[in-house]
Ligand binder design. Structure first.
Ligand SMILES: [Zn+2]
Length: 381
């Protein structure tokens, strides 16, 4: 369905005698843009007669711009002369004399009556001129075969109505209700937004959407592909930050967002050890060099406050070293430099690793999304 909307006047036109801040032309400009937005949410195509608020256009040509549309609406507010009149207060639809817009005209006028709460009842009117419709816009609309109406959103000579229409929130509510009325009248159902699922990069970060609800994980942990992630209240994945688990222990989310396990973390210049289950290690750690001089965490049981501290073994550190023999220092000079640089070296290694991990993770996320899309397609079929 296609609708043409016309903002009644241009520039600053028809100032209200009840409140000097109000111009009919400015209200109808704002209103018609909001109507367009809300109608588009129903999948309705909307064209407008004016591109420039400050430019005058002929009445007939504005109506005729609705060629191919199912409806033409010209937005206005009414006036009783040029002075304040707080008695007259009703919405009206001036419908084309061919009667084709009578039904929707009445529905829209009643919608205005309800939303604003006007003093008098909604009505429709017809006005015949010498060459058909009295109003040029309606003559133009009828000439191209479009049912046309002029919608008077009550009176800007009425103080209460003028003040009501000056509130942005009210205009928004009015536009939304009018779009709903149109959709209802033409039996158009708002399409449900497509449910998001899985990893989605948006708003400068990553969210994980649950397939069953289409809602992102918020203020909670989520395990994906063996890795744990944490999402804040806005559903954004947390990176490079600490989080406590339900067990009260500290966990670190690395640059890929995945919880770090069995790794060193350099945080604000201080070194932390994350254990195999991801929790932050507290207590004593015993480091011992192997035959190449590489420092390894050994199974050690030192006494801390009379209690035996638990330490962990690090087989993966060892195997990684073995897998990369070229990184083992092989000169005296380098070996001498090593001890003072351990945290830095650790940080460096951490950055290199997480840099790769980020890439890998992103590729993995893209792969997951592709697979999910395929699956979704299959399901639809
Ligand atoms: Zn007007």
């Amino acid at each position: 369905m296609k609708i043409c909307i016309d903002a009644g006047h241009y520039g600053r036109y028809n100032q209200s005698p009840a409140d000097r801040r109000y111009y009919e032309s400015e209200l109808t400009w704002r209103l018609h843009l909001l109507q367009k937005r809300y109608l588009e949410e129903y999948g309705i195509e909307v064209i407008v007669t004016r591109e420039d608020q400050k430019k005058d256009l002929g009445l007939y040509s504005r109506g005729a711009a609705s060629r191919g549309c199912a409806l033409f609406i010209s937005d206005h507010t009414n006036a009783v002369g040029t002075v304040v009149n707080d008695e007259v207060d009703y919405p009206a639809a001036y419908c084309a004399i061919d009667g084709r817009a009578d039904g929707i005209g009445m529905a829209l006028a009643q919608c205005v009556e309800q939303v604003i709460g006007t003093g008098q009842q909604a009505r429709i009117e017809h006005r015949r001129g010498q060459h058909g419709d009295y109003y040029g816009v309606l003559r133009g609309a009828t000439a191209v075969g479009t049912p046309g109406l002029i919608l008077e959103n009550s009176f800007h000579t009425n103080t209460r109505i003028t003040r009501w229409l000056l509130e942005e929130e009210n205009v928004d509510r009015l536009a939304r209700a009018q779009a709903e009325t149109i959709a209802l009248y033409y039996n158009i159902i708002k399409p449900l937004p497509e449910k998001k699922s899985g990893w989605v990069e948006e708003d400068g970060g990553w969210r994980f959407y649950l397939g069953n609800t289409g809602e992102p994980v918020r203020n909670d942990w989520y395990q994906d592909g063996g890795d744990w992630y944490w999402f804040d209240g806005a559903g954004m994945m947390i990176q490079n930050d600490w989080k406590t688990g339900s067990d009260g222990r500290w966990y670190f989310l690395g640059s890929s967002g995945a919880m770090v396990r069995s790794q060193w973390v350099v945080w604000k210049g201080e070194l932390y050890r994350m254990t195999g289950d991801g929790s932050m290690y507290q207590g004593a750690i015993c480091l011992q060099s192997d035959e190449k001089g590489a420092l390894l965490i050994q199974k050690a049981v030192p006494e801390v406050n009379g209690k035996k501290a638990v330490t962990e073994t690090e087989p993966e550190v060892n195997s990684r070293k073995k897998g990369q023999p070229e990184t083992v220092p092989n000169t005296e000079g380098q070996k001498k430099d090593l001890p003072g640089k351990i945290p830095e070296a650790g940080a460096d290694r951490q950055q290199k690793m997480t840099g790769k991990t980020v890439l890998r993770k992103q590729k993995e996320k893209q792969r997951i999304r592709r697979v999910r899309k395929k699956k979704n397609k299959k399901r639809r079929v």
